[in-house]
Design a binder for this molecule. Sequence first.
Ligand code: SF4
Length: 345
Amino acid sequence: MNDRMEPVVSVRDLRVWYGTERGAVRAVDGVSFDLLPGETLGLVGESGCGKSTLGRGLLGMLPEGAQTDGEIRFKGENLRTVSRSRLRDMRGPELGMIFQEPLTRLNPLMRISEHFEEALRAHTPGISKDTVERAALEVLGLMGIPPTRYRSYPHEFSGGMRQRLMIGLALVFRPAFVVADEPTTALDVLVEAQIIRILHDLRREFDTSLLLITHNLGIIAEACDRVAVMYAGKIVEVGEARQVFRDPQHPYTRELLRSTISLSTTGLNYIPGAPPDLTDPPPGCHFHPRCPDAMRVCEELDPIDQELSGGQRVECWLHGPDHLIGVDGRDRLRVREELSVADEA
Ligand code: SF4
């Protein structure tokens, strides 16, 4: 990946919040990242950390009542400030979304051919049936779906095939940027592997930039160039996927990796404690009540974003700046001890 390439997507200090009776839910809390042409960025974190809100926020698909701030540049245009109609026109041809639960997204009364006709005609009103069919069969071929199934109904497909259809519908336009939100949830392991292979091949076939949202670190390792780790609305670590997996620098990333590995082997380990209530997150580093390395400074001050070697970035006081930490490692044990006491009680 060439660092001098212009990013397709450039997000700066993005915030998304919802007003509730208990106060504002800060679902995305100051997120920044770039995505290069043809790059796949994996977004990982526990449920409720803000991953899906971030994905929907990027495409202007948030539910009513959501408030946003910050910048989302797509090929230089700020998607946060473009008109609704401009955004509608961009969704499909330029911006794609692959959802989980394909059955709820496909109309059971419409043949697959009609789904493609409807999608393409919404943006190219006069397009002929033949042109739609050619475009659809090409993309379905890439998804491993034979042309003989073009006039079938959604219920005639397996769950894995329906998910591939959804991917095909999102990609028939060859959009420059796609958000895929948990695209393999509820699929068996073999089908999951197929989908991952397809997503992996996207870059070669379409030069699409992909934000792949998942809680599954194995998928990130297989399909992504870079990984961003999200906790309580913030990206706490981002870097080349191999590098982050080999040498995670944020305690949350380490715990996430440890819990994933042990779940697939012994099933015993998990990250102690629970993610915070986003209406009232803990002060300082939001991870400090669960962090095995927490220091006093972590309870009081937001960690500062630090750039490490190889472009890896991390928000954690363990990485300085040293003059602001001002305490030694003895404090780190204290929070851990408190957690153990709470767990035993
Ligand atoms: Fe742990 Fe402190 Fe780093 Fe937060 S800033 S992850 S509490 S060491």
